[in-house]
Design a protein around this ligand. Structure first.
Ligand code: TYM
Length: 341
């Protein structure tokens, strides 16, 4: 099965990214999937950013992807801007995406509210994301719940393109984890955990020191009552039970019965400890990998080579189907080789 997913390099990575992203990526390897994981640096320039930080954070994220279990022998990890087909395909797909569809994207509305300068790139962001996915003839996209609307858009765009120009793309499906597809902020459990949109104290970063992690869980907001049980009117404790579940792999019912009558305090301490244990080996591997940027660059260059090879046939099929003149001489639009006529 062909898998594709992407993750932005800007903003510190957090427990939500691990639960909806990293954890699912590594799981595809055990299933023997043919998987591509993309550091989407081109998406990161759609809001205000610092170029020097982008450069550093791109390598930080590469180290984190390998530290959370991606094996360069089994998965292809690469940087989006190393594969020009992504931007080329995004322009082409713009013709099959409507203004109305983009205007309905909740992520655009949320992010636009927080920006003084709302870039055109922020608006067309989902078209680039559709290009990322469709170029690889992707069967499934592992993501967290917050990406559902974007994946549905990619599917709609693929269907429209196929209907207009003939079968070109595989229709991608989304894979979200049953538990932990939407990890919430520890201080404000009505909103998702996020470095950009959440509270600093309610966001557990992948690189937080153990003491910081413990403190964040101890001060996590809980709800009225004292039962460790999931309920719609108990978003705080429900979130903590889910975090415990994803950190330890234990079924949620088991956690609830184990903490029957234990009270919130003891439970919060234990969730913090479980997360410290989860993060410790990842942090150790991360620091080791990050200390050798040349090796990271080498792995990413190899990934980009594989990604170029895998995406080029789709880009060529798009160009053919859309009626562009294909020249025998020199380089066509895209990474085209001269074609037999
Ligand atoms: P990004 O970089 O915001 O997030 C990366 C992954 O982390 C998941 N995630 C969460 N999961 C559970 N709980 C949370 N609180 C939480 N916060 C983030 C996200 O769902 C995602 O899986 N637009 C995408 C990047 C992208 C992409 C793609 C994804 C670009 N092209 C193609 C898939 C396929 C984004 O900004 O993810």
């Amino acid at each position: 099965m062909r898998i594709f997913s992407g993750i932005q390099p800007t903003g510190d990575k957090h427990l939500g990214n691990w639960s909806g992203g990293f954890r699912q990526y590594a799981a595809t390897q055990d299933r023997g999937d043919d998987a591509f994981f993309c550091i989407v640096d081109l998406h990161s320039i759609t809001v205000e950013y610092d170029p020097e930080e982008l450069r550093e954070q791109t390598l930080d994220l590469a180290a984190m992807l390998f530290a959370t279990g991606l094996d360069p022998e089994r998965s292809t990890v690469f940087i989006q801007s190393h594969v020009p087909a992504h931007t080329e395909a995004a322009w082409l797909l713009g013709s099959a995406t409507s203004f109305g569809e983009l205007r309905r994207m909740t992520q655009f509305k949320d992010k636009a509210e927080r920006q003084e300068f709302i870039s055109a790139g922020l608006f067309t962001y989902p078209v680039l994301q559709a290009a990322d996915i469709l170029l690889y003839q992707t069967d499934a996209v592992p993501v967290g719940e917050d990406q559902r609307q974007h994946i549905e858009l990619a599917r709609d765009v693929a269907e429209r393109f196929n209907a207009r120009h003939g079968e070109t793309f595989t229709l991608p499906a989304m894979i979200a984890p049953e538990v932990g597809g939407r990890i919430m902020d520890l201080q404000e459990p009505e909103r998702k955990m996020s470095t950009t949109g959440g509270t600093p104290q309610g966001t557990v970063r992948m690189l937080d020191e153990p003491e910081v992690v413990r403190k964040k869980f101890k001060s996590a907001v809980t709800d009225s009552g004292s039962e460790v049980l999931r309920a719609d009117d108990k978003p705080g404790i429900t979130n903590l039970i889910e975090i415990m579940g994803v950190a330890t792999g234990e079924p949620l019912e088991g956690i609830e019965s184990r903490y029957d009558g234990a009270g919130y305090g003891a439970f919060k301490t234990d969730v913090g400890e479980a997360v410290v244990e989860l993060l410790a080996p990842i942090q150790a591997r991360y620091h080791e990998l990050r200390s050798d940027p040349r090796e990271l660059q080498r792995l990413l260059a190899r990934g980009a080579e594989k990604a170029r090879e895998a995406s080029d046939p789709t880009l060529q099929a798009m160009l053919d189907a859309m009626g562009f003149v294909r020249s025998e001489f020199g380089r066509n639009f895209g990474a085209a080789r001269p074609r037999e006529l």
